[in-house]
Design a protein around this ligand. Sequence first.
Ligand code: G3P
Ligand code: CA
Length: 268
Amino acid sequence: AAAQATGHPHHHTVTVAHRGASGYAPENTLAAVDAADDLGIDWVENDVQRTKDGELIVMHDTTLSRTTNAEEVFPDRAPWNISDFTLDEIEKLDAGSWFGPEFQGEAVPTLEEYMDRVSDNHQKLLLELKSPELYPGIERQTLRELRREGWLDHRHKRRLIVQSFDAASMRTVHRLRPDVKTGFLGTPAVADLPEYAEFSDQINPSYKTINADYVAAVQAVKGAHGKPLEVYTWTVNDGPSAVSVAGMGVDGIITNKPDVVRDALDDA
Ligand code: G3P
Ligand code: CA
């Protein structure tokens, strides 16, 4: 990936492509990873869940309905939960056409395929365990796949953050692999931050829930690895909002349109 422009006032603000560059390509597909790469964006966010036969795949919703043609291909399988379909079945689906005809035939990636593409592009991964309460053991399984693909090797670790809305799940990830950087998705009360800091390095809130005081209060607490807790906020898709949250001092901005965010910060 191309280096980000240097010298702008928000050079410290990391831009993360949310579900890939999902403003420009179907979310959570390899096309969205490549779209981010084409824009010179090195961090991509994704969502990980598990099939009926125990394979890890990349998708946001817990059902296949919105982002694939599952209802057409498997009309009798309501409510189309991911956990009711095998990988073989999911691989038959079209995860691109809903976004645009030019993406027809884009597949639902396995986590392994997704990690490989991120690696090939020399990008970095903000991996979300989505609804982990539905998938017992997904923390250990995900870490095992990450390790097998080399993502836990010492020299690669700075390219990985694992996050979730589920605090228990992040606590488990931290217990299993204390060396992995983790993020908690949400806006905990300031008084509760020390508890979250036991197992996380980041607090990642909706941008609609934060102000400069909150960001400063989070960053005043040391995270699981002894550094100030970071704040990566989501989902910021317009320039003025990006400039606003950067002004609050956030460490990262998670966005469907990483070029819009980067250009706005460059110009600010
Ligand atoms: O990475 C932050 C963001 O992805 C959290 O919300 O629903 O898009 O997974 P959601
Ligand atoms: Ca997500």
